[in-house]
Design a protein around this ligand. Structure first.
Ligand code: NOJ
Length: 770
């Protein structure tokens, strides 16, 4: 199915250049002016950018290619901004400070070129949505687009123009902490989420009002870090690059993403930030990317540490030659400090500088920054406090949660049955761990934890008692601890820890039910948050076992960004709800799900391993030798996952039938229609995610046992039946072959399965002919 969404189709909507080509210094005088309601035409943008380029000195061009972090008031950068030495800054969130620096650029610099303000708006700005892995688990691209458009609206209102997201790195090794920032293991789901997020952030076209520029990161292969260790090298075969790691980026480019971030690590021995093949041959020449590339933070400078560049001057040259338009630096940039000299020495040309800076200027023009560089601080306040945004965040958290187990129909809870509730676990009342990482502009006091939501929603006749039971902490601190709003907790002494543990068990003993909120603290998954184990950190597993031993019913709610080793829980805990880091309305959403005011319908965006020894594990592996022993590759445990990709329960039950293909045989360039009936076989409403998997039996290459090629999240009333249609195009059967070094569409036989997860059994076949 075609996921791409063409920016050019929106451009063609534009009637004529809606903004006249006034000299930049004239339009720059206006302040909070309305922005263009239609996209600017390419020719108008190029003309205006060229006219500005003609007036710029080389130093000013290099300034536009330089971006630095600013924490705090930014006073120290003001002089450099006035001198035209910076084109962009990142990490500012306060509209008043943003306006102040923007004034320095617009009023103070020679050509009045506005700054581009960037920030990691990953899953919300003031209102926090579920982390991206959670949003992917919704299998609901339109919800994800909506969530990111709310994030964009809030960020833009505060003066932020550009987000460093979506993260499109496919992750098949959950030891890598940044799995939380992406869409999981699958290129098809990853592409759908890429398009949804680009559309959400940017709106219908780059420069649409109330939207921001998106950034497809980290190009490419960062999720394949050796051993799951963040920043380590990635060695990826061509087959895997083209068929697995590239597709979400290609989809984002087709969807019109405005910028791309180059990754940190070495890809097959060449740092991604100095990789001309990646950034020019693939991204620009083959995919026709027209925006600009920003390096990851310090990634240009680090080309020297990586044993690639000789010195900072060489690093800057290697990066600009590879295709990095803007350098993200801390304090200084190698571009700023060395490119002027390289230019004098003839090591780069003015033409190269122009080509590098033009798309940056074009982006500022498209965003309307020359007409409208400032934000209205009162309006920002209003937008950031919009109650509709909170409602959207709750809805997203409900749709992202995945029900992993529900023995004996424990969930939804019957309020009348459980009059006393033990709320246990270190994450039950932690606002930071409810929102997750990459959260900078939120109001922590606004976050609703599970404990708070239960206390607010339970009637006065319900008695709630809370105990954290255990404390959890990283062995090595996170480099981000200093810039997040995490409250430091004093560590318990040994005797205190024993008392707290006992207290939690005791509360469970005298309550009707225990709701345990366990998982990982927010700084345990994310950047610089890789792990060598997938165990529940600290003594959480012991606490869980002790509470189960009381004989009371237990509901386990997981807050985390990666699959954890819950093998024991999967056999002993009757109900398990995966809630991820659900965002600022997370507690409310979880309580709604527990009590059946909302029905879980999310599905796993990765294969959940039984233990860390199984990683990397993913459903779309190749058959290879001895397929009959595929699930018994280890002698001491199954080689299948604990929960398969695409898995998730509901309070409703479903059946699939009537799988029909429009023809048994088709030409290699033809499409096929597939339809299936899905029925809610229960008395409660619920959503089923109908998933279509394809397998090619033979051909130029051997192909994965099955691959996702279509999905639809379908709401169904009790006993309702719906027919779901898919169209399988030629592109769904195409793959990149390392044998021919090209895309192929084989004459072959194919299997199709449709069902509720990647182990779907409803099956049909078809063949392609020349
Ligand atoms: C480094 C991270 O790798 C990247 O994802 C992020 O956007 C930048 N820092 C800026 O915060």
């Amino acid at each position: 199915m075609k996921l791409s969404w063409h920016f050019s189709s929106f451009l063609s909507l534009s009637l004529t250049a809606s903004v006249c080509v006034l000299p930049v210094w004239v339009v720059a005088q206006s302040s909070v002016a309305p922005r263009a309601l239609t996209p600017l035409s390419d020719s108008a943008v190029v003309k205006r950018a060229n006219s500005l380029l003609n007036q710029m000195t080389s130093d000013e061009k290099i300034g536009q290619m330089s971006q630095i972090f600013i924490f705090g008031s930014g006073q120290i950068a003001e002089e450099r901004i006035r001198a035209g030495q910076l084109g962009s800054v990142l990490f500012m969130t306060d509209p008043a400070l943003i306006n102040r620096l923007q004034h320095a650029a617009v009023d103070g610099s020679r050509l009045h070129i506005p700054l581009l303000f960037g920030l990691d708006v990953i899953h919300g700005f003031r209102t926090i949505f579920p982390v991206p892995i959670g949003m992917a688990a919704s299998w609901d691209p339109s919800m994800v687009a909506k969530a990111q458009s709310v994030a964009a609206e809030e960020a833009r209102a505060a003066g932020v123009h550009w987000t460093f997201g979506p993260m499109l790195d496919i992750t098949r090794d959950p030891r890598w902490g940044r799995i939380v920032e992406g869409a999981g293991e699958d290129p098809y789901l990853g592409s759908a989420m890429a398009v949804a997020q680009v559309r959400g952030f940017q709106g219908p076209y780059l420069g649409a009002p109330n939207h921001i520029v998106a950034d497809a990161k980290h190009f490419a292969g960062y999720g394949a870090a050796e051993g799951g260790r963040d920043y380590d090298a990635a060695d990826i075969s061509d087959d895997q690059l083209w068929n697995v790691y590239f597709p979400p980026f290609k989809s984002a480019v087709d969807a019109g993403v405005g910028t791309v971030m180059s990754a940190y690590m070495d890809l097959n021995g060449i740092p991604a930030t100095g990789n001309r093949w990646l950034l020019r041959d693939v991204l620009r020449d083959q995919w026709h990317f027209k925006g600009f590339v920003v390096s990851d933070a310090m990634a240009v400078d680090h080309l020297t540490n990586q044993g690639f560049a000789k010195d900072p001057q060489d690093a800057a040259l290697r990066a600009i030659n590879a295709g990095v338009n803007m350098e993200m630096g801390i304090g200084k940039t190698d571009y700023g400090t060395t490119l002027p000299e390289s230019l004098k020495a003839g090591r780069i040309t003015v033409r190269q500088l122009d080509d590098a800076v033009r798309p940056i200027i074009e982006t500022k023009i498209r965003l309307g920054l020359f007409e409208s560089p400032y934000v209205d601080e009162a309006l920002a306040n209003h937008v950031l406090n919009d109650p509709d945004h909170r409602a959207e965040a709750m809805h997203s958290a409900e749709r992202s949660s995945v029900l992993l187990r529900n023995e004996g129909g424990l969930l939804p809870l019957q309020a009348s049955r459980y009059k006393s509730i033990a709320v246990l676990g270190p994450l039950a009342d932690s606002d930071n761990d409810t929102t997750g990482s990459w959260v900078f502009a939120n109001d922590p006091g606004e976050t609703v934890t599970v404990l708070q939501a239960l206390e607010r929603q339970a009637g006065s006749e319900t008695h709630i008692e809370y105990a954290p039971g255990v404390q959890i902490a990283r062995t090595f601190p996170s480099p981000f601890d200093g810039i997040t709003k995490v409250k430091k907790q004093a560590a318990w002494s040994e005797s205190q820890a024993a008392e707290e543990f006992a207290k939690a068990v005791q509360i469970a003993q005298h309550s009707d039910i225990a709701i345990m909120i366990l998982g990982e603290a927010q700084n345990m998954s994310g950047e610089s948050a890789s792990r060598s184990s997938l165990d529940l950190p600290g003594k959480q597993e012991q606490l869980l076992e002790a509470v189960i031993a009381t004989g009371k019913p237990v509901v386990l709610v997981l807050l985390n960004g990666r699959p954890l080793d819950i093998s024991w829980a999967s056999e002993h805990v009757p109900a398990i709800l995966e809630a991820w880091y659900p965002g600022s309305q997370g507690g409310n959403a979880i309580v709604n799900l527990l009590y059946g005011k909302a029905v879980p319908g999310g599905k796993l965006p990765f294969s959940w391993p039984r233990d860390v020894g199984q990683v990397p594990i993913f459903y779309a592996h190749n058959t290879t030798h001895a397929p009959q022993t595929q699930s018994k590759r280890y002698w001491e445990e199954e080689s299948t996952p604990l929960y398969p990709f695409g898995f998730g329960l509901s309070y409703a039950t479903f059946s699939f039938s009537n799988l029909r293909l429009s023809k048994p045989e088709l030409k290699v360039n033809e499409s096929l229609d597939v339809s299936v009936d899905v029925e809610n076989t229960s008395d409660v409403p619920g959503d089923q995610v109908v998933q279509l998997y394809l397998h090619q039996r033979f051909g130029t290459n051997s192909r994965p046992v099955r691959e996702l090629k279509g999905f639809r999240r379908v709401p169904l009333s009790p006993h309702e039946r719906k027919t779901v249609q898919f169209s399988l195009g030629k592109e769904d059967r195409a793959y990149w072959s390392a044998a021919t070094k090209s895309w192929v569409n084989d004459v072959s036989q194919f299997d199709v399965w449709v069902g509720g997860d990647s182990t779907a059994t409803l099956h049909e076949t078809f063949a392609t002919i020349p």
